[in-house]
Design a protein around this ligand. Sequence first.
Ligand code: UDP
Length: 316
Amino acid sequence: MRVLITGGAGFLGSHLCDHFLAEGHTVIAMDNLITGNTANIEHLARHPKFLFIKHDVTNYIYIGGKLDAVLHFASPASPIDYLELPIQTLKVGALGTHKALGLAKAKSAKLLLASTSEVYGDPLVHPQTEEYWGNVNPIGPRGVYDEAKRFAEAITMAYHRYHGVDTRIVRIFNTFGERMRLNDGRVVPNFIAQALENKPLTVFGDGLQTRSFCYVSDLVEGIYRLLHSDETDPVNIGNPKEMTILQFAHKIIELTDSSSEITFVQPKDQRIKDDPKQRQPDIGKAKRILDWEPQVDINDGLAKAIAYFRNKLAHQ
Ligand code: UDP
């Protein structure tokens, strides 16, 4: 296959580039580098089947030659990024998805959309199944991401139904691993960096909100299987092992052998507003149709992420 990966210099995008190249495919990575970084794909620079194009996918996308699949992963993806880049977040989810779909249609390529557990908002159904329609505040700080991704799902289904584009939608739950940005504000890099520097871990609110964390290699495998399946409705991919953020903070302190304490903070900005209280993917559908479930134990995944961040901190 010859595939285009938008957001290819980002955290997930760069891991997808690695995976598709390892499977023998040709990869074109596209990124405007506002949250992505070429350091994530530096090791691929001389790979004969890899090409990087710096481009903002909210504008017309030109790719010469055949294309078998477009994986649309370009987007700011952390609550801090949405606060700092609200318009870009809306534009890449809406206009960027439109351009990616137009390209897929023109090339008769498959289109796989990176959607998100955020389409469920602060969920009233637990665990979240694909049938749940969500509980989203359109005008809150997360609205720019949540609604852009909801629009992205809608336009993807419209191109599928009206134009016959062969589409896939993956709803990605919290994922972690190497190449997350140290300063992206998400809980995994924040806690690991704080623990490694023996600074207090900043637990937002009471820390009783829950998440479940999937190691990146598991996520990539799930996405690869979804692309090769026939499923055109959304599929949740994530790890169902749920824990509170407070439990997660203790885990990070233990795994880093840190002397950090825990501090409960109410960020002055809007980071905590509309923070989903409970999140866990129901992965029954992925198990059934993709024969997929996470394989990596969270402690093993975290050990790799900790080693990565330790090295980053030493070199910054
Ligand atoms: N969080 C926290 N301390 C931090 C960063 C995040 O307690 O320094 C909490 C945040 O309020 C949320 C959870 O950790 O409940 C996960 O946040 P993240 O930004 O990683 O992603 P989200 O799942 O909210 O999109």
